[in-house]
Design a protein around this ligand. Structure first.
Ligand code: NAP
Length: 206
């Protein structure tokens, strides 16, 4: 069966948390999507000198987190692709694999702020509509100002969406683990267990 509308949920997911899951489910409902594919970033092009957790851990945590939602799945397509993880290549691959009529790309508004520097950005925006998920209190004017260089019809392809649950953040979770503070109720219990079993975030990664 051919899919009509599908979203790619792009992010580092280090670790995945309820903010991501609530954002994806909200977008799925709002845009009547048939599937949301979580794609943990392989080698984020802008993070060559940052340390992030091993791809196998980020992939495993994301797989555990989405298991109970029949509309969600996880793909290792960036993790298994050599070279930098350009979103343009990911979206092309998603069209090839799933053959949807329309693709949306959901990610954080902070990441979208840098979109002008992304690989083949104008073609990317023609291929898919962006949902820029923002934390409460995020200044959306900033986003509009930054995008002025783009033609108006492409600016219209970026839809900001405030997600209150995004008050939760991966960096805060990592800090909390390091400081011995609880992370319960910020992410699925299976992910919490995975973090402790594998001793993740005990050292300062970022
Ligand atoms: P990031 O630095 O990990 O995250 C930037 C901000 O966005 C953080 O506040 C983060 O919150 C939030 N965020 C990230 N993914 C999110 C999601 N799916 N939903 C809601 N909030 C999210 O950004 P990143 O993960 O590296 O980049 C985001 C996506 O853009 C990835 O898929 C990456 O491959 C792509 N990207 C592509 C290019 C390119 O093609 N040249 C360049 C840069 C980024 P948390 O920390 O809480 O997640």
């Amino acid at each position: 069966m051919q899919l009509r509308k599908l979203a790619v949920m792009g992010g580092t997911f280090d670790p995945v948390h309820y903010g991501h899951l609530v954002a994806a489910e909200g977008v799925r409902h709002e845009f009547q999507l048939e599937k949301v594919v979580f794609v943990p970033a392989g080698r984020p092009p802008h993070k060559t000198d940052h340390r992030i957790s091993e791809a196998k851990h980020r992939l495993a945590m994301t797989t555990l987190a989405v298991a109970s939602n029949p509309f969600f799945e996880v793909s290792d397509l960036e993790i298994n692709r050599p070279g930098p993880s350009y979103t343009f290549d990911t979206v092309q691959e998603v069209y090839r694999r799933y053959r949807p009529e329309e693709v949306f790309f959901i990610t954080g508004a902070d990441a979208v702020l840098e979109i002008l520097s992304w690989h083949r950005v104008q073609e990317l925006l023609k291929r898919c509509c962006f949902i820029a998920a923002t934390r409460p209190g995020h200044d959306l004017n900033n986003l509009k100002e930054r995008l002025q260089e783009l033609p108006p019809h492409l600016i219209a392809r970026i839809v900001p969406l405030e997600v209150p649950a995004l008050a939760i953040s991966s960096s805060d979770i990592r800090r909390r683990v390091r400081a011995g503070k609880p992370i319960k109720y910020l992410l699925p219990e299976v992910v919490e267990e995975y973090i402790f079993i594998h001793g993740l975030y005990q050292q300062d990664l970022h």
